[in-house]
Design a binder for this molecule. Sequence first.
Ligand code: GDP
Ligand code: MG
Length: 346
Amino acid sequence: MLGWFKKKKEKNKAAATVDHQEPQAAVSSPSAAAAAPPPEAQSEGLFKRLKNGLHKTRESLVKRVDALFLGKKKIDAELLDELEEVLITADLGVQTVTEMLEEARNQVARRELADISALRAFLQDKMTGYLSENYKPAEKPDSGPFVIMVLGVNGVGKTTTIGKLAHKFKESGNKVLLVAADTFRAAAIDQLKIWGERTGVEVSAQKPGADPSSVVFDALEYAGSRDFDVILVDTAGRLHTQVNLIEELKKIKRVMNRKCPGAPHEVMLVLDATTGQNALSQTKLFNEAVELTALTLTKLDGTAKGGIVVNICREFSIPIRFIGVGEQMTDLRDFDAHDFIKAIFT
Ligand SMILES: Nc1nc2c(ncn2[C@@H]2O[C@H](COP(=O)(O)OP(=O)(O)O)[C@@H](O)[C@H]2O)c(=O)[nH]1
Ligand SMILES: [Mg+2]
C-alpha cells in the first residue's frame, strides 16, 4: 500500500523478505509488482474480484474490440477506423486514442503489426504504458503520522474510501485515526463513526457545524504523542466551482501544515468514475486550488466507461493510488496499471 507502507509487524524481518510478504506492494510500480508477487492464492482471489468489479468496462471495451476483430485476419484501414470509434466511446479520450491509432497505422505500414492478435497486444501494452507513465510514490514523513486529506464533490465516495483505507492500513498493522472534518451534516459525522466501529479505528469528531479547520487542529493536537501511523481526514463534499468552499479547503490544508509541518502528506481527490468527462474538470480545478498529490477513482464497478482512468492519467501527472470496485470494506484496490489492464483484457 502506497509502496513504502510495509506491514509494521514485518518491519523486523530480514529486509530481503519484506517485499515478498507485503500483499499490497504491487502499487509501487509495475516492475515491482512483477518482482514481488503476493502469495498466489490470495493474489488470484484479489484479481478475480478486480475482474468482477471491472466487468462492465470489459463488456463495453474489450468485448466490442474483440467483436470487431472476430473472423478478421488482416488489419486494414476500415478496421482501424472502427477501432478508433470503439475506443473513443469507451472514454479513453480523443487525444489519446488518436495518438494510439496513429502509431498503430504507422506500425501496420511498416509491417510491425502483422496480425489481429499483435494489434490486440499492442492496445494492451499501450494502455498499460499510459497508466504507468506518471506513477509517483507518496512521500513518507521522516517521523510522525502520515496525514491524508481526502476531498471531492458530494457523494463520490470520500467517506466510504476513508473507511476502506482505515481497514487496509489497520490490517497491515498501522495505528489509524479518522478525523470528521465534514461537519455540514450530523449524518456525515455518524457515517464516519460507523466506519470507525466497523474497522476498530479511533475517530476524532466534534459537533455538527463546528469549524472544520478547528476540528482538524484539535485532532492533530490529540494525535500529538499518541503514535498514530496514519491520519485520514474526511472533508465535506463541495463543488470545484464553489469559491468560498474551496477557500475553506485551502484553510484546512494551511492549518494542518501549521500544526504538523509537512502535512498533509497526501492530498487525495476522490472521483466518481461514473461521472465520465466531468471527472476531468473536477481534477483540474481542485488541483489548481490545493495541489493534489493523488487520485482515487470509485464506482468502477458501476460504469462501462472505465477507460476514463486512461484519460485522467494522460491528462494530469497525478498518480492514481486506489480504485473502488464495490461498496464493501475490501472493495478498494491499490491501483496497479498492469493488473488493471489485464483484468479488462482477460
Ligand atoms: N458501487 C460502488 N459504490 C460506492 C463505491 N464507493 C462508494 N460507493 C457508494 O457511494 C455512495 C456515496 O458514498 P460516500 O462515501 O457517502 O460519499 P461522500 O459524500 O463522498 O462521502 C455510498 O452509497 C457508497 O456506498 C464504489 O467503489 N463502488
Ligand atoms: Mg462523506
